[in-house]
Write a protein that binds this ligand. Structure first.
Ligand SMILES: C[C@](O)(CO)[C@H](O)COP(=O)(O)OP(=O)(O)OC[C@H]1O[C@@H](n2ccc(N)nc2=O)[C@H](O)[C@@H]1O
Ligand SMILES: Nc1ncnc2c1ncn2[C@@H]1O[C@H](COP(=O)(O)OP(=O)(O)OP(=O)(O)O)[C@@H](O)[C@H]1O
Length: 312
C-alpha cells in the first residue's frame, strides 16, 4: 500500500520589516510583521527507499534537488529526532517565486515537516515542529503558522496578530533572484557608509509600528498602505537598481502602496480591491519591467494537509 500526504503552504509578504543591528552570530534582530498571501507551494510526501526530492513548476530548474533542499533538511531533522531514516520521496509543486523574498524555500520546509509528520505518524507537537522550523531558517516558523504574525528575534519568535479584513495584492516577479545574506550584508554596508554604524550597539532596537498593527486589525487598506515599511528595500534597490522602475510602474497605475517584498527582488503592490488589482497587474505587464505578475489576497492559512492520506 502506498500512502501519500500533500500539504499546501503559503508565501509571505513582510508588511513591516524593521532591521536592528548586526548581532555577533551574524543575524539581525527584527520587528518582522509577516502576512501570508494566497500563493502556495504543495509538498507531497510518499514512502520511498531513500530520501528523494523532485520539483516542478515555474523556477523549478533553480531549486536544488540534493540534501541542501530545505524540504530535505526538514525531513531529515524530523526523522533524526524520532530515530528513523528519512525514507521519503518529497515532490514540490512550486508556485512561489524562487529566491524572490516570499519565503518559498521556507514554505517547502514547513510543508515537508507537516507532510512527513502525518505520513510517519510521528505525532510531533506544535512546539516541537516550531522548534525544528526555527533550526531550519528564520522564516520557516511563520510558514508553518501562516495568517499574520509579529516575528521578533531573528524572525523566529512569533506572536499571532489579528487581521480584520481581506487585503488585495499584486506581485511583480523579477528575472533572477537575490541572495538573502547578500541583501542583509548590503543593508549593513549602506549603514556603515552613512556613518551610523551597523551593529546592535549602533542601531536602535527594531519596534513594530502601532499604526501598522492597527491597520491590520481594522482591515483598512489605505491605513496599511501608509504604514508599510521595509528596511531592506534600500539594500535590494542598491543591488538591483532596475526594481525602482517596477515600483514606479505600479505606483503610476494607482496602487495604494509599493514596496520590495522581504529581501526582494519580488515587488509588492497593495491595492484597494480585485478590480484595481487587475488594472495594476495589466499596467505592470505592459511596463516590461518584470517577468511575471500575480494577483492574490491575504491573509492565508499556514501549512495544512490538503488531502487525507489515501490508500491506492
Ligand atoms: C528577509 C526575510 O525573508 C524577512 O522575513 C528573512 O529575514 C530571511 O529569512 P530566511 O531566508 O529564513 O533566512 P535564514 O535562512 O534564517 O538566514 C539566511 C541569512 O540571512 C541573514 N539574516 C537572516 C535573518 C535575520 N534576522 N538576520 C539576518 O542577517 C543572515 O546572513 C543569515 O545567514
Ligand atoms: N525548497 C526550496 N525551494 C526554493 N529554494 C530552495 C529550496 N531549498 C533550498 N533552496 C535554495 O534557497 C535559495 C533561496 O530560495 P527561496 O525561494 O527560499 O528564497 P526567498 O523566497 O528569497 O527566501 P526568504 O524570503 O525566506 O528570504 C534558492 O536560491 C535555493 O538555492
Amino acid at each position: 500500500m502506498t500512502r501519500s500526504v500533500t500539504v499546501r503552504v503559503p508565501a509571505k509578504v513582510n508588511v513591516q520589516l524593521a532591521v536592528g543591528g548586526l548581532r555577533p552570530d551574524g543575524f539581525h534582530d527584527l520587528a518582522n510583521v509577516f502576512l501570508a498571501v494566497g500563493l502556495y507551494d504543495e509538498v507531497t510526501a510518499t514512502p520511498a527507499d531513500e530520501l528523494r526530492i523532485t520539483c516542478a513548476g515555474p523556477g523549478a530548474a533553480e531549486v536544488p534537488l540534493d540534501a541542501t533542499n530545505l524540504a530535505a533538511r526538514a525531513a531529515t531533522a524530523l526523522a533524526r529526532r524520532h530515530g528513523r531514516t528519512p525514507a521519503v520521496h518529497l515532490h514540490i509543486a512550486k508556485d512561489i517565486p524562487v529566491a524572490g523574498g516570499m519565503a518559498g524555500g521556507s514554505a517547502d520546509a514547513a510543508g515537508a515537516l507537516v507532510a512527513c509528520d502525518a505520513l510517519w505518524g510521528t505525532g510531533a507537537s506544535r512546539e516541537e515542529l516550531l522548534e525544528i522550523c526555527a533550526e531550519l531558517g528564520s522564516d520557516v516558523p511563520f510558514s508553518l503558522v501562516g495568517e499574520a504574525a509579529l516575528g521578533r528575534g531573528r524572525g523566529e519568535l512569533l506572536e499571532p496578530l489579528p487581521v480584520g479584513g481581506t487585503f488585495h495584492w499584486v506581485f511583480a516577479v523579477a528575472d533572477g533572484g537575490l541572495s538573502t545574506p547578500a541583501v542583509y550584508a548590503e543593508c549593513d554596508r549602506l549603514r556603515e557608509a552613512a556613518g551610523t554604524g551597523a551593529t546592535t550597539a549602533d542601531v536602535p532596537d527594531p519596534e513594530p509600528s502601532p499604526a501598522l498593527l492597527s491597520a491590520l486589525r481594522s482591515g483598512d487598506a489605505t491605513a496599511l498602505a501608509a504604514a508599510l515599511s521595509n528596511d531592506l528595500q534600500p539594500a535590494a534597490l542598491s543591488l538591483r537598481p532596475s526594481l525602482a522602475a517596477t515600483l514606479e510602474a505600479g505606483t503610476r497605475a494607482g496602487a495604494l502602496a509599493a514596496l520590495v517584498s522581504g529581501s526582494g527582488p519580488t515587488t509588492a503592490f497593495l491595492v484597494a480591491d480585485a478590480e484595481q488589482a487587475d488594472r495594476v497587474a495589466a499596467a505592470l505587464r505592459a511596463s516590461g519591467t518584470c517577468r511575471t505578475v500575480r494577483t492574490t489576497t491575504s491573509p492565508a492559512p499556514g501549512a495544512r494537509v490538503c488531502e487525507p492520506a489515501t490508500a491506492h
